[in-house]
Design a protein around this ligand. Structure first.
Ligand SMILES: Cc1cc2nc3c(=O)[nH]c(=O)nc-3n(C[C@H](O)[C@H](O)[C@H](O)COP(=O)(O)O)c2cc1C
Length: 219
């Protein structure tokens, strides 16, 4: 695995899990975050218990709880993210989607939503069908939030793969896949932070507009 040689370690924020104490989704996310750390990133995990403490996101409400603000601030400062959801009835779980809806609070930022951030995507499900279709749904959500889904996303069939503890997985191939998700998110973050460190006067790609379009809700 490659290591970063950079003055600032990128921050990779993990969001995911379920309300279950032994959540395989959260454990899978932990493996991916350790992959990001092995590639040189620092990480922060918002797991199922934390996500359960978030109120249902209400855009018309101007008062946010401490937990909502904690999540918003962490994502605001993140260089990359990893999102892990179970497939619930063919879609992203409400728990994870509510956390993502809360990121609406980033709409007016200099970097709106997940702009300029790589996002690793992980799905667990009781079968390959939901693992694949929900991974596609999750990537569409990331696109809507202006994030960059990593090339490799992990779909895990939890009828075949067990996570008996936070650092135990029955399938070494799945461990490798999760590490790859974390590694790709961290490597992309390094590339973006290095570009930002070169500053606004760095040579610009002539095919890119001078100012990024500030379209909201474009997708
Ligand atoms: C409400 C609910 C809906 C579910 N819907 C699906 C589904 O549509 N397809 C599927 O393959 N698995 C489905 N599952 C199974 C979960 O995706 C699977 O057990 C997942 O690994 C749970 O993650 P956890 O261990 O982190 O709780 C569902 C589970 C629950 C509780």
């Amino acid at each position: 695995m490659t290591s970063f040689d950079h003055h600032r370690r990128p921050l990779v924020v993990g969001i995911g899990g379920t309300t279950r104490a032994a959540s395989s989704t959260e454990r899978a996310l932990g493996f991916a975050l350790r992959g990001a750390e092995a590639a040189g990133a620092k990480t922060r995990l918002f797991g199922g218990t934390f996500l359960h403490s978030l109120p249902h996101y209400a855009p018309e409400n101007s008062i946010r709880t401490d937990e909502q603000l904690e999540l918003i601030e962490a994502v605001r400062h993140a260089d990359a993210l990893i999102i892990a959801t179970p497939g619930y009835h063919g879609g992203v779980s409400g728990l994870v989607k509510n956390a993502l809806d809360t990121l609406e609070e980033l709409r007016a930022d200099e970097r709106p939503y997940l702009d300029g951030r790589a996002v690793g995507c992980i799905v667990t499900a009781y079968g390959w069908q939901a693992a694949g279709s929900v991974l596609t749904s999750l990537r569409s959500i990331v696109h809507a939030l202006r994030g960059w889904p990593t090339p490799f996303g992990a779909g895990i069939n939890t009828l075949e793969t067990r996570f008996d503890s936070v650092d135990t997985c029955s399938d070494a191939k799945v461990v490798d896949q999760l590490a790859t998700v974390g590694q790709q998110a961290a490597q992309f973050a390094l590339t973006f932070t290095a570009q930002a460190a070169r500053g606004p006067n760095a040579a610009r790609d002539p095919l890119q507009p001078a100012q990024p379009a500030r379209l909201l809700h474009a997708v």
